[in-house]
Design a protein around this ligand. Sequence first.
Ligand code: HDD
Length: 694
Amino acid sequence: MTQSTHEGTNNKQVPTGKGGEIHQQAGGKNPTMTTAQGAPVADDQNSLKAGARGPTLLEDQIMREKIFHFDHERIPERVVHARGYGARGYFESYDPIPELTKADLFQRKGEKTPAFVRFSTVAGNKGSFDLARDVRGFAVKLYTQEGNWDIVGNNIPVFFIQDAMKFPDLVHAVKEAPDRAFPQAQSAHDNFWDFISFMPEAMHMVMWQMSDRTIPRSFRFMEGFGVHTFRMVNTEGQSVFVKFHWKPKLGMQSVVWNEALKINGADPDFHRRDLWNAIESGDFPEWELGLQVFDEDFAEKFEFDVLDSTKLIPEEQVPIRKVGRLVLNERVDNFFAETEQVAFCTQNIVPGIDFSNDPLLQGRNFSYLDTQTKRLGGPNFTHIPVNAPKCPFAHFQQDGHMAMHNPKGRANYEPNGWGDNGGPRADARKGFTSVPVEEGGVKQRSRSETFADHYSQARQFYMSQTEVEQMHLADALIFELSKVETPAIRVRMVAHLLNVDKGLAEKVAKGLRIPDMPAPAEAAMPTRDDLPVSDALSILKNAPGTFAGRKIGVLMADGSDAAIFNALKAAAKKEKAMLAVIAPEIGGVTLSDGSVAEVQEKIDGGPSVLFDAVCLLLTAEGAEQLRAMPPARDFVADAFAHMKFIGYTKASAPLLKKAGVDQTDGGCVEMNAEADAETLIQTCRALRFWKRVP
Ligand code: HDD
């Protein structure tokens, strides 16, 4: 029998052969280096040779072991979501819901359940850049007292396809083409749009994908969704349907596309660095868990099929009930041990939670277990600390590659007659039972007719956006389709857009210079025009009204005003925002009072795209010095073009002018005195000055 309590998520302990005892890895600051077998090493720099200039000897067991292990360091990267970043934390229940579910983590107010979260992009390889226009994975592992529950979600509540059978095609189409192995980490290419142009069911997701949701400012500022309809069941056996939502405490925020392109060059690790730094500085990212709960009656009446993952239920129709919060408060000790080896599986549910018949979910339940076996090398990946439950577990699974928990005693089967020594027994009362739904039907390969409306919610999403957001969406489509080399694909996409919104289709057609408008794509059902606007679908309509968690970049040079700088630091701190100094040199700037301010970025490495707002705190000499530097001009020009709030001293005018900002506007705050620091930070609460949009 394998029985254990979890050893913790760090990897400091390694097992030895004898009876599964655990020996500590050598501790202390500088322990004697050993081989993997524990033999002390005298020289780690020089291989064993026959004479100082002679051949290296095969006998050198220490060199061979070192190189052998290095040769085997890599494991296959995830077939999708390869680039990701994880952190530890906890879920805290603050509104127990025993009437809805018997899931243990929801029973007691204030109880904390350990969690591991991994965010990711989908299409790019492990070494790709963070600001790809892409869906973000939002995978949560909850180590409950009745087993691990994985909510393997995205930052978008719908998906491209309705049936898991199409997933390999979708992923092949979006990833780099097999012959040329490019483009990397992007959907702006022929194969992706060719595929999509034959998949009307993808149109709703395409609206989300082309919206600013796919260029989030950071993981901390995005929503998460379980996507599918799941079930919850209580101790009485009563069951309801549920959809899971993660709502970021700091509100949503995205960058603009031109900014994203530049961030990828300036800091390809922008998102992972942001998460690392936030946790490091004690500013723990937080989300609330919201539930949309509904019953069979609602499911029957709802305009769309709740089993169709290309549809959502507007929050206005089924309001969200917040039941707890997710806090990420610990960085991993080792990226590979935890973030790379964490194995999320949609099949990991616990008593009180159950699946629905969503065909996408049903297929996923096979795929994740299967892929972990390949990726992590065998069936024992649950023995890796990050994947092991933190509650007691007991079963008769044994052996296999790298088995860490091995049976003790004789019993490894059931039923057995070994009484108290017979090991674990299934328990019908406590154990997982499926909701006893009656199912039946003719075996068939088909798509339900209730899945046939492909355009109505796409339209509802588009109509629910602000004017600025609609513009971004149209621009994104034009950008992506401009990268498509085959004109017929562009035309096919415009034909679909005609079924979403005529105005959108016309804008895109104009942007692509398509001379003749095609006929609308053939639709299984006409687009509904009566779905009400849903404000919850917009980022900008749900502005957080705070600059907390954001970062202001202050451009300075020797002589910058010390009093205003100190006031700005204090105002940012009060707002729980961050501040970075950018200057011509990294070693510091001498302020007006003779004090020296630390510099975080030299101007070449700290473009304004890395900050949410900027301030030009310059004297006339400083402005003159920076005016001559192209990166300083880009710093200002980009901040203005990206609709950022800009603080500036009067003396900065020559730099502003050189950067093409002849006229300041309502998004610019003049910094004459200490009090202006507070004004600037308060102004930044609006995050962007959208009125500047050309
Ligand atoms: Fe998936 C990884 C989310 C559909 C097959 N998926 C993966 C990850 C996330 C999602 C967040 C990364 C987990 C991590 O950080 O390790 N996937 C989704 C969502 C979907 C979805 C929200 C639709 C609602 N996925 C989906 C389908 C299939 C897969 C339909 C297969 C039929 N997904 C996989 C996979 C991956 C994966 C191949 C690759 C790495 C892994 O599982 O662990 O099995």
